[in-house]
Design a protein around this ligand. Structure first.
Ligand SMILES: [Zn+2]
Length: 558
C-alpha cells in the first residue's frame, strides 16, 4: 500500500501519469519451502531432537574422569553427571556411541537399568525423579573410540618425531564419539571438570584452567582442568602429546601455548597474533568471554577447531589458510586465518551458541563476519570491504542457510560466506556505523552464555532497530536465511521520460530494504519494496550503478 502510494506520489511530483510497471506485480509468495535434504533416519532424530527425555532435565555439571591408553587406542573411566529435573520422570536420554561399552551407571550405589538404541542410552530410574531436585549419576564406560569425520573424532596418532599424539575434534559426530553425555545443542552444562590420565611422559591440554597434575604411581599421570563457564559438549577436548609450553599475558588474561618441540620458534612468531586478535574482538564485543579459564592455542595436525578456551591450531604456522589466500583478494595473507577464525568462535559459537545445528549460521556466519571486523580494525575499511566481497565466489545459493530443526542436519556452506555478506548488508541497511557498532556489542552482551535460535536474533534486531528504520526486519532476515535466492533489484529505465522504475524481486512478499544507487561518489538511498516505484534519473542503464559491495544483492536492468 505504502509503496503504491509513494509511486503515485513520485509520479505526480514528476507531473506524469503513474508509470506502467513493465510486469505485473508479484503474487503473494508461498511460505519458505520445506527442506530439500534427504529424509532423516532414526539416528538423526535421536541425535537432533530435543525430546521428552532430554527436555525433562537441565544439565548442571560434568566431571569427565578417564584414562587414555595410547598403545591399546583405548579410553575408559566415568562421567559424573549432575542435572536438575524439570518434570517428574523416570527416564533420561544420554548418548554414547554404540561401539563403546557401558560398564555401569550408578545413582549413589544403586546400579541403574538402561537401554541402548543406536548411539543413545536410555537411563531408567527405579523411582520417579522429582521436578526441581538435583541428581548425580556416574556413567562408567570403556572401549576403542571410532576415528572418522572431518577432524577425526578421537584420533590416536603420532607426531613428526614418532611420539604419541592423541586429539579429539567431534563437532560433526558429537562428543558421544568418545565420552558419555547429553549430546545435543540446546542445553549446555554450567561448568565442568576434566581429568585425563595418560602415560607420564605425555602432556594433556584440555579446556579451562589447569588445576595441576598427579602422578598415579603406575606410569600414568592425571591432568586436571576446570571449566568455569557453560560449554558445548563438542567443544570439550583432550589434546595429548609431547607438548612444550610457553606463555604470555594480555593485561590480566593468561595466554598459554602448547606445540610440538620442532615448532616452538614458528609458534612464538605466529602466535603473537593472538593478542591483536583478542584486542580487535574486545574492541567490538567486550571482554574475552572466558577470562577465568584463560586463552590457549594448542598445535594439532588438522587445520583447527574452536574448542572453548583451548583453540586447536594446525595452520602450518603461516598466514592465510593452509598457506592459501582464503578469499582470493590479497587480504588473508596478512593474517593467520585459523587464529583469527577459530578464536572468533569464542564470542560466537562458544559464548553465544546456537540451540540447534539448524541455526549454526549464528556460529559460522557471525564468526566469518568477525574475520572481516578483525581486518577492518587492523588494516582498515578498504581492506575489510575487499575481504568480505571476496566471499561472493564461495556462495552457492542452492538451498536456504537455516535447515530443518530437530534432525541434526548441518546447514550448507553458505552459512559461512552468505551469512557474513548478509551481516555486512545489514550494516549498510542501518547506515549509521556508530549505531551498528553499539548494536553488535549489545547483541553479544545480551546473549552471552546463552543458546539461541534465529528467531531470537531477529527479535533482538527488530527491538533495537525496528523503530529507527521504521520497518520490520523479519522479511530481510527470512530472505537471506530461510530462502535460497538473493533478492534482485529490478530496474526498468525509461530513456524518454528520464526515469527508472525499481522494485525488489524476492520470495518474501514484504521484503523491503533500502539500497544505495546512482554513482559511487554520490550514492542516493532509495527504499524499494516488492511493488514498483519510479524515480527521475539523469543516468542511463549503463551509468546507473548499485552499491553491490555494500549490499549483497543481484541487479537486473532493462
Ligand atoms: Zn568456524
Amino acid at each position: 500500500m505504502l509503496s503504491l502510494w509513494s509511486a503515485v506520489f513520485v509520479s505526480l511530483l514528476l507531473g506524469q501519469q503513474p508509470a506502467q510497471p513493465p510486469q505485473t506485480p508479484a503474487a503473494p509468495a508461498p511460505p519458505p519451502p520445506p527442506t530439500t535434504g534427504r529424509p532423516p533416519t532414526r539416528a538423526d532424530i535421536l541425535r537432533g531432537e530435543y525430546g521428552r527425555y532430554r527436555a525433562n532435565n537441565d544439565l548442571l555439571f560434568y566431571h569427565l574422569d578417564v584414562r587414555v591408553d595410547p598403545g591399546k587406542k583405548w579410553i575408559g573411566g566415568k562421567n559424573t553427571i549432575r542435572f536438575r529435573m524439570l518434570k517428574d520422570d523416570t527416564r533420561i536420554q544420554l548418548d554414547l556411541y554404540a561401539n563403546l561399552n557401558v560398564d555401569k551407571i550408578l545413582l549413589g550405589t544403586t546400579p541403574l537399568k538402561y537401554e541402548r538404541e543406536i548411539n543413545t542410552v536410555w537411563v531408567d530410574f527405579p523411582q520417579p525423579l522429582k521436578a526441581g531436585r538435583d541428581y548425580t549419576i556416574e556413567f562408567y564406560y570403556s572401549g576403542n573410540p571410532q576415528q572418522g569425520g572431518r577432524f577425526g573424532g578421537m584420533t590416536f596418532g603420532k607426531d613428526p618425531a614418532g611420539q604419541d599424539w592423541i586429539y579429539t575434534a567431534c563437532e560433526g559426530q558429537g562428543a558421544a564419539v568418545w565420552w558419555p553425555n547429553k549430546d545435543q545443542w540446546r542445553d549446555e552444562v554450567e561448568s565442568m571438570r576434566i581429568s585425563i590420565a595418560i602415560p607420564s611422559a605425555l602432556v594433556d591440554v584440555s579446556n579451562g584452567k589447569f588445576l595441576g597434575k598427579t602422578d598415579l604411581g603406575d606410569g600414568y599421570t592425571r591432568w586436571d582442568w576446570t571449566v568455569q563457564y557453560p560449554i558445548n559438549n563438542y567443544s570439550v577436548s583432550a589434546n595429548i602429546g609431547n607438548y612444550v609450553h610457553f606463555e604470555d599475558r594480555l593485561d590480566g588474561l593468561p595466554l598459554d601455548f602448547y606445540v610440538t618441540p620442532g615448532n616452538l620458534e614458528g609458534a612464538k612468531r605466529q602466535f603473537a597474533q593472538a593478542k591483536g586478535m583478542i584486542e580487535a574482538y574486545e574492541h567490538y564485543f567486550g571482554d574475552y568471554p572466558f577470562a577465568k579459564d584463560g586463552y590457549k592455542l594448542i598445535e594439532v595436525p588438522y587445520s583447527g577447531m574452536e574448542h572453548q578456551s583451548a583453540v586447536t591450531y594446525g595452520n602450518h604456522f603461516a598466514n592465510g589458510y593452509l598457506e592459501r589466500d582464503w578469499t582470493g583478494v590479497g587480504i588473508s595473507p596478512k593474517f593467520d586465518f585459523i587464529i583469527i577464525h577459530e578464536s572468533g568462535h569464542e564470542w560466537f559459537g562458544n559464548a553465544v551458541s546456537a540451540a540447534d545445528v539448524s541455526d549454526m549460521w549464528i556460529h559460522e556466519g557471525w564468526t566469518t563476519y568477525l574475520e572481516n571486523l578483525y581486518v577492518e580494525h587492523r588494516f582498515g575499511y578498504a581492506d575489510a570491504l575487499k575481504y568480505v566481497n571476496g566471499y561472493k565466489s564461495k556462495v552457492r545459493n542452492r538451498e536456504p542457510i537455516v535447515t530443518q530443526r530437530g534432525i541434526h542436519r548441518s546447514p550448507p556452506q553458505d552459512m559461512y560466506f552468505k551469512g557474513a555478506l548478509f551481516l555486512n548488508t545489514l550494516r549498510s541497511v542501518v547506515n549509521d556505523d556508530q549505531r551498528w557498532w553499539k548494536l553488535l556489542h549489545d547483541f553479544f552482551q545480551h546473549f552471552k552464555y546463552q543458546n539461541i535460535l534465529t528467531e531470537d536474533v531477529i527479535a533482538y534486531f527488530n527491538a533495537q532497530l525496528g523503530a529507527q528504520l521504521g520497518r520490520d526486519l523479519t522479511p530481510i532476515f527470512n530472505q537471506y536465511l530461510r530462502r535460497t535466492d538473493l533478492p534482485v533489484l529490478e530496474l526498468a529505465f525509461n530513456q524518454s521520460e528520464g526515469t527508472v522504475a525499481y522494485r525488489w524481486k524476492a520470495d518474501e512478499r514484504d521484503f523491503a530494504m533500502p539500497i544505495r544507487v546512482g554513482t559511487a561518489d554520490s550514492w542516493q538511498v532509495i527504499q524499494p519494496t516488492t511493488d514498483w516505484k519510479v524515480m527521475k534519473t539523469s543516468l542511463n542503464k549503463d551509468t546507473f550503478d548499485v552499491a553491490t559491495d555494500l549490499f549483497y544483492v543481484n541487479v537486473s536492468k532493462q
